[in-house]
Ligand binder design. Structure first.
Ligand SMILES: CC(C)(COP(=O)(O)OP(=O)(O)OC[C@H]1O[C@@H](n2cnc3c(N)ncnc32)[C@H](O)[C@@H]1OP(=O)(O)O)[C@@H](O)C(=O)NCCC(=O)NCCS
Length: 185
């Protein structure tokens, strides 16, 4: 990728859009910013223990400062993250979607999505999956991977929105999914 193309993509990545869910609710979607640390703290506090466990594969009470730095101070190339915010209350987090390029496989990235409980099952996760798949293709990433609890039906179904070519590996209580972005859903 040339420096010019990279610069144009990074500028596009900084933009903020107003979008709508299938039920017509408006939502703000924008890349995460370093000043979003408080947003993540409050967002985590509003998530149920079950949703936190599903996202982090462990009980999660709070973020450390170094975790907050890692989660919000992203480069937009190898680590991309979007926040969805209420259009009528833009300081309220609805969801976060994240993609981190694998160090040992640059054409692949791990994704993770967390939607606040009261917003689940309204299409936010599928929307973020789509946004991350587009961001991945723009960054020459072909494979999206995710690690999830084997019983996480919602996360498994969400991946069907990402690609029609899914490979799944079971590892005890955890499943590893790999979606081929050459096969758009
Ligand atoms: C998984 C998660 C991100 C899905 O987000 P969401 O906004 O609720 O999902 P959507 O409304 O876009 O639905 C996506 C698909 O999942 C299905 N789905 C969502 N919640 C579901 C549930 N509780 N049970 C069964 N299916 C569910 C939807 O029906 C849809 O499938 P379909 O199109 O085949 O009907 C959300 O449930 C979440 O944040 N869970 C906690 C954290 C987590 O598990 N993250 C995943 C780690 S990778």
């Amino acid at each position: 990728m040339t420096q010019r193309t990279l610069g144009a993509r990074q500028r596009a990545y900084r933009s903020c859009v107003l979008t709508r869910l299938p039920d017509n609710s408006p939502l703000i979607l924008r890349p995460i910013r370093p000043e979003d640390k408080g947003l993540l703290v409050h967002g985590l506090a509003r998530m149920s223990p079950a949703s936190r466990h599903a996202r982090f594969l462990a009980p999660k009470q709070r973020f450390t400062l170094s975790e907050l730095r890692y989660l919000t101070e992203v480069d937009g190339v190898d680590h991309v993250a979007y926040v969805a915010l209420r259009a009528d209350a833009p300081r309220e987090l609805v969801a976060v979607g994240r993609m981190v390029r694998h160090k040992d496989e640059p054409a692949a990235a791990e994704i993770a999505i967390a939607v606040c409980d009261s917003w689940q099952r309204r299409g936010v996760g599928a929307l973020l999956g789509d946004v991350l798949a587009t961001a991945a293709r723009d960054r020459e990433i072909r494979w999206l991977t995710a690690t999830m609890n084997a019983g996480n039906v919602a996360a498994h179904r969400l991946f069907n929105h990402v690609s029609t070519q899914l490979h799944e590996r079971h590892d005890g209580a955890v499943d590893e999914l790999r979606a081929d972005l050459a096969f758009a859903a």
